[in-house]
Design a protein around this ligand. Structure first.
Ligand SMILES: NC(=O)c1ccc[n+]([C@@H]2O[C@H](COP(=O)([O-])OP(=O)(O)OC[C@H]3O[C@@H](n4cnc5c(N)ncnc54)[C@H](OP(=O)(O)O)[C@@H]3O)[C@@H](O)[C@H]2O)c1
Length: 483
């Protein structure tokens, strides 16, 4: 057996206990290490000796799977992991010193190669050592919360204008490419309240877990209580705060009104609102309130919820150190369509689910820009984003042919969720407002000439949504049982 070893000292201006807890959950490595593609904790409950992590790592030119176990957990001074791959094993030892303000660590990594690859060690050693050192540099940047210095290159800006190259960014490899220039998210959200719609599946579930790991208090807005309870139980069993469950179908103004009334009566600030719930509907359907379902779910619902929660966002933003953020989950599909102000409910032409979805998602990006301007003085940051193409139940159910064709290139739900989590948590994302993001990078809102909405049309859209909102709200009040 042959081995490779490295040892590195690092210092951070972060509390010792925070760094100890952060590093002892190995699932965080996928956030900061360019070599780690996936890292998940598979043992329920809080991290302790024996906790198992399933790891997928880039090793040389290939991707390898490893089983990692936490083998020492001596709070707050010593952590040890043992990992096992097919032909090699890894031991990572982290010694920590520090106080409330700062932390110094000694990070030691040993890799043991077995036959038949052990003879390659001499050859591999320089590359492996430089990769390990590079990874630790990324850990340093993550814990220093260093803002990214990367700015979109000319090629990146041009590819937004060229449909096919632009769409290549949506894939799994687009994510992997972008990830190399990031630093991990290590913010502490333990005094933040985050409301997310659609947390019971796909991207919403991945965002919920990522934010729970950062300590956020989550409010789940969902229509399926059973699914929400199962997921809340799972998060609690993993050692995170139990999310509060609020039932509402976001396609129904009546439900959204009842929800906002409950939250306003409670009065807790909302630091982050994530309008994520959504789906693509292949057949034209109308809601119980008589509205076309894509429009009602993807545009009017987020509008009514965000406007309704404005007082609680403003309350959160009054604390300037925290601020408030609204994140609207749109789609790259929106690039294909212009806003159809005169036909928001798709009544004037034969219904097409892809078009209805794309138009509603463009509308969501448009109202993001208006809100961002309107609420700038309140300290409420409003951003829209698209997750790329992610492997979720939503995609496999609504687009089965696309799903089969593109499956090898799809990102994971966690990768699709990453930018939402970054927009919710990072200091850097709070410095701008009204932008459209993919992979932590602002992108143009149009690829095809004629699809970008004029500011006048964006304002008209907001007025049209307000009129729908008022009409449905008064209808709901009229039909409510009188006391
Ligand atoms: N996956 C992608 O590649 C992709 C690409 C671009 C944009 N997006 C957007 O990302 C978001 C998440 O999509 P996903 O792929 O993760 O889909 P998903 O797996 O189907 O999850 C959608 C979530 O939204 C909830 N939801 C749908 N309609 C709702 C309603 N009327 N009221 C309350 N909750 C509702 C679902 O609840 P139930 O569990 O009750 O069904 C589920 O929790 C969507 O806005 C989608 O348009 C996804």
């Amino acid at each position: 057996m042959s081995s490779i070893q490295i040892e590195q000292s690092l210092s951070f201006k972060r509390p010792l206990l925070f760094v100890f807890l952060y590093l002892s959950d190995y699932s965080h490595t996928s956030e900061w290490s360019p070599s780690v593609i996936l890292a998940s904790k598979t043992t329920p409950g809080a991290v302790r000796v024996g906790t198992h992590f399933a790891i997928e790592m880039r090793f040389g030119l290939s991707d390898v799977k490893l089983d990692y176990y936490l083998t020492a957990f001596e709070e707050p001074h010593y952590i040890e992991f043992k990992g096992k791959g097919e032909n090699f094993s890894i031991v990572e030892r982290i010694r920590l010193e520090g106080d409330e303000q700062q932390c110094h660590i000694q990070y030691q990594i040993e890799i043991y190669y077995q036959e038949p690859v052990s003879h390659l060690v001499k050859l591999r050693a320089p590359l492996v050592k430089s990769r390990l050192k590079r990874d630790l540099l990324y850990l340093q940047k993550a814990l220093d919360q260093e803002p990214s210095t990367w700015k979109p290159s000319l090629w990146s800006r041009m590819s937004d204008r060229l449909v096919v190259p632009g769409m290549m960014h949506f894939s799994r490899s687009g994510f992997a490419h972008a990830k190399n220039r990031w630093t991990g998210i290590t913010e502490d959200l333990s005094d933040h309240i985050v409301l997310i719609t659609g947390p019971t599946s796909g991207i919403g579930a991945a965002v919920a877990r990522q934010l729970a790991k950062l300590g956020a208090a989550l409010i789940f807005v969902c229509r399926n209580e059973k699914k929400a309870i199962v997921f809340a139980d799972a998060l609690e069993a993993e050692g995170y705060k139990r999310p509060r469950i609020e039932i509402a179908d976001v396609s129904l103004v009546q439900d959204v009104e009842a929800l906002t009334a409950r939250l306003l009566a409670r009065g807790d600030p909302i630091h982050v609102l994530i309008n994520n719930a959504g789906a693509l509907f292949n057949k034209r359907t109308v809601t119980a309130e008589g509205l076309e379902l894509s429009f009602a779910t993807l545009l009017l619902g987020p509008y009514a919820l965000t406007e309704g929660l404005y007082p609680l966002l403003k309350k959160a933003a009054a604390d300037k150190a925290k601020g408030a953020r609204v994140i609207n989950v749109s789609s790259g599909g929106m690039y294909t369509q212009a806003l159809a102000l005169d036909d928001l409910e798709f009544e004037k032409e034969d219904y097409n689910g892809d078009k209805a979805y794309a138009r509603a998602k463009r509308g969501l990006v448009d109202i993001t820009e208006v809100w961002a301007e309107r609420w700038r003085g309140d300290g409420i940051v409003v951003q829209s984003m698209h997750p790329g193409w992610a492997d979720t139940p939503g995609v496999s159910q609504a687009m089965p042919k696309f799903y089969i064709l593109t499956k090898p290139w799809l990102r994971t739900a966690e990768q699709g969720a990453d930018t939402i989590t970054w927009l919710a948590a990072s200091k850097e994302a709070g410095l701008t407002s009204g932008l459209f993001w993919l992979d932590r990078t602002p992108h143009s809102t149009s690829m095809i000439p004629g699809t970008k909405s004029a500011p006048r049309h964006q304002t008209l859209l907001l007025q049209a949504l307000a009129a729908y909102h008022v009409r449905l709200r008064s209808r709901a009040q009229e039909s409510a049982p009188r006391r």
